[in-house]
Ligand binder design. Structure first.
Ligand code: AMP
Length: 280
């Protein structure tokens, strides 16, 4: 497996693959890899000749400086995991390589970026779009793999690809969970032992919400979830929204949408976790 730190070495690696008519699968990550990331890599391996994973903690998508500083960086361990998955190359640029000068592109994602993560993390999705566009320009993958754990991000990426006419197929991949139900996340390792014990409560409530969706209106269900989270002293909900799966518009009546999803952001101490569940 190649560890590529520069754009030029990555382009030369990919040129050889493309000259040999090999299809390229791409998994963009910020590292601190876990089984959730590896599921994306596994899927990419099964659908492409070559798989490249990027590892780059993208500063411009962090709206909180402390979060950026605390974000785990474990390149050696990540590389070992990726070797064992049969990954062909890692693209791990530093900040100067990725942004030799600031990229001030402004994207317009309309409603997709007005709710939930977009509302509570101003600038976050613009930063995501800037880095993903730059990564797509470099890697030019046939297929790119994104987790449904970041459901809103997935919709933003689909919109980016449409807006910019990028020739890539976006493959959504299901959420991978710990055995106790907690959605895997690089941020989970920042939880204290006590917080980690309480964290599965988030998914338990989401599952109960799904079971209640037939009895309660979206608004009643939203309030019920927020009350449950508030009843747990260690958890503070930032939002729980019930939205249409494609427009991400919050719904008031179930019949407003064919498929709806409940998305949540919760603080455990200083660690902010997100999760979601399909409701209808
Ligand atoms: P990140 O390193 O957090 O930026 O995530 C890189 C990719 O892995 C994104 O497409 C995420 O949605 C995906 N991902 C992260 N955690 C999970 C998970 N638990 N299950 C599935 N995909 C995930």
């Amino acid at each position: 497996m190649e560890i590529l730190k520069t754009i030029i070495s990555t382009l030369s690696f990919l040129q050889k693959a493309k000259a040999a008519h090999k299809s390229v699968g791409f998994v963009p990550t910020m590292g601190a890899l876990h089984q959730g990331h590896l599921a994306l890599v596994k899927r990419a391996k099964s659908e492409n000749d070559i798989v490249i994973v990027s590892i780059f903690v993208n500063p411009i998508q962090f709206n909180n400086k402390e979060d950026l500083l605390k974000y785990p960086r474990t390149l050696e361990k990540d590389a070992a995991m990726l070797v064992s998955m049969g990954c062909d190359a890692i693209f791990a640029p530093d900040e100067k390589e990725m942004y030799p000068k600031p990229d001030n592109t402004v994207y317009d994602f309309g409603q997709l970026a007005n709710v939930m993560e977009g509302k509570f993390r101003p600038g976050h999705f613009n930063g995501v779009a800037v880095v993903v566009k730059r990564l797509f320009d470099i890697v030019q993958p046939d297929k790119a793999y994104f987790g449904e754990k970041d459901y809103q991000q997935l919709q933003i990426i689909k919109s980016l690809v449409t807006q910019k006419n990028i020739l890539v197929t976006i493959i959504p991949c299901p959420i991978v969970r710990e055995t106790d139900g907690l959605a895997m996340s690089s941020r989970n390792m920042q939880l204290t032992a006590e917080e980690r014990k309480e964290a599965p409560f988030i998914y338990q409530i989401l599952q109960q919400a799904k079971a209640k969706a037939n009895q309660l209106s979206p608004e009643e269900l939203k309030n019920w979830v927020l009350q449950q989270i508030a009843s747990n002293a260690l958890l503070t909900a930032e939002y729980f929204e019930i939205v249409d799966t494609t427009t991400l518009l919050p719904i008031t009546f179930w019949k407003e949408s064919v498929h709806s999803i409940g998305c949540i952001a919760v603080f455990l101490g200083k660690v902010r976790l997100i999760d979601n569940i399909g409701l209808k």
